[in-house]
Structures are given as C-alpha cells and as structure tokens.
Design a protein around this ligand. Sequence first.
Ligand code: SF4
Length: 344
Amino acid sequence: MVSARRVLVGSVAVGGGAPISVQSMLKCDPHDAKTSLRQLKRLQRCGCQIVRMAVPDQNSIPVLAELVKRSSIPLVADIHFQPLLALLAIDAGVAKVRINPGNMTRSGQIQVLRQASQAGIPLRAGLNSGSLPKGLLALDLPGQLVEGAERFLHLAREVGFEQLIFSLKASHASDTIEANRRFAQRYEYPLHIGLTEAGPLPEGLVHSALACQPLLAEGIGDTLRISLSAPPEIEVLAALALLEGMSLRPSRLRLVSCPTCGRTRQPLAPLLSAVRKLSPEIQRPLTVAVMGCEVNGPGEAAAADLGLIWMGGKIGLFRDGALIRTVERKGLLHALRQEIARLP
Ligand code: SF4
C-alpha cells in the first residue's frame, strides 16, 4: 500500500512510489546562520534528503532565507501557532511548510493553504498526540489523530489545495501504527512517519523502529524521521539503517562492529568514525567490520568485504579472513581508500 499521490518537496519526490526519503531537523539556534548552515551541511553529508527548521519568530526568517539560498537539499519551515510566520517562510522560498492544525486557527490555516497554493509548494499537516485540535469526537487516540487529519483535509479541499503530506504521530508505537494504518486505508496522500517525543537513545531508537518497521513493511510511509533527543545526524543514520536493513533502499556502507569486551586492544570509536568519514565517497555496497582484538576479530570479520582489527597499537586490515596489511591509526583513511579501490 503505497501512497498513490506524489508530492514534490523541492527536488525530492514524496509518495506515488518514489523512494522513501529520510529527513531530520536542525537542532541549533535558528537565529544563528553560521551554526545552522554547518549543521545542515553535516546532515546533507550523512544522507539527509529533506531538512526542517523551526521558525519560532520573525527574527529567524533571515536565517531561513539564507539557508534556502545555500542549501542543496530542500528546506522545510516548521511553524506553530502563527500563520504570519508560515507566510514569511513561503516568501523566503522554503520547499514545504509544516503546520500543526492543533495549534493554528482555522482562518490561519486557510491563509497558509492559500499562500502555499500560490507559491506552488506542498504543505504537511503534522498531527501530534500532545497537541490535537479541540473538539475531536473519536474515542481513541488513533481515531483522534485521523479525525484531526481529516478535518484539515476537508479545509484544504475547500481551498482547492491538494499538495498535502500528512503525519499522525503519537509517542507510543502502537497508537502511531494504528493511526497511520487507518489513514492509509482511507486516503492516498503521502505519509511522513515517525514517533513524536520518541525519547533519548537507546529507547527512543527502539520505539521508533518498533513503530516504523511494521508500517514500512505494509507499504505505509513515504518519508520518515526518527526523532530522537540526540544529534540530528544520529536520526539520519538510524533512518538509513532501518531502510537499508529492510531492503527498502540499496545499502552502501554497512558497518558492523564487535560489542567490545575485556580483550579490546584500543577504543573502536576512532576506527568507526574513520570508516564513516568515507561514507559519502562509497558508491558500491560495502560491508566493513571493525573489531577490537585479533582473538575473535578475523573470524567474525571474514564475512565482511573488509575487516579492521586492533592488533596491539596497530590496525590490521583483513580481507576474506586473511591479514593483508597493518597500518598506523594516522594512515588508516588513506589505506582504507586504497583497499576499497582494490576490491573486486
Ligand atoms: S572481537 Fe575481540 S574485543 Fe571484540 S568482542 Fe570479540 S573478543 Fe572482545
């Protein structure tokens, strides 16, 4: 069950059978252009396809406009309460606006719908369990999320606006799954999936996966954000891992590593981050195993294309379970590039 309608968020197609896209949100001061741009570039490098920015006041509009100009991925304005901010964001050139119908007046929503229509950009109605519209009649939370989305849909249809994406998020997986299932059974609009207030690592990640995996397995969900109380890059890496693990997108770099134990020779973190650094350059499916010692490492890494194993103070590079060379930590990136290029 894939949303039949397709909406364009800048250059990224959402719905209608388009590949499921990954998004995240800037988590820095929206009045600080430099930091925001740096974070946006980091997100882009790790595979984020759509990035959202909170627009809490008019002072954040110049930063938004600056990012729109300098970003090569679509930028979305996240607006609560004030329709004026949405209108200003649309004027600034955003690729999409996200509003919460639970905290904006009906007349404000109409204003935003009209302006988005004129600008030719889509709009996401983001329904969250913690801020639902008043006066909903449904008895259960999934029903209320669906009813809130339907109310907005009726309003949008009155205005003649169809470039819609919906999200129906609760902080529990079961409510989120049920709400999205019910909505997807009735409507063909693209769905942005994820939990709201999912939590910190590790439990936020587990709950998000518990919510998103069953939906994606049923073909529900056209774009996703794994919301976490963690750096946004983690959200992107988690969403990519979920999609790749479910074979919903081709896997490029698959990083496997041992859990470490009392035999670990040196910390794994520098090796893992060195491999991750190469990720944007890797254009083929590649599994790299990073292991903490030579006792179990070679055997455990044998199934990977390349194994990196701490051997005393040096790093052993393994292929097919056999040592091909040892390198110092500072020469690792260069050696990795060479060995990846030599792979069949
Ligand atoms: S590979 Fe070595 S360091 Fe890593 S968990 Fe196994 S025994 Fe421990």
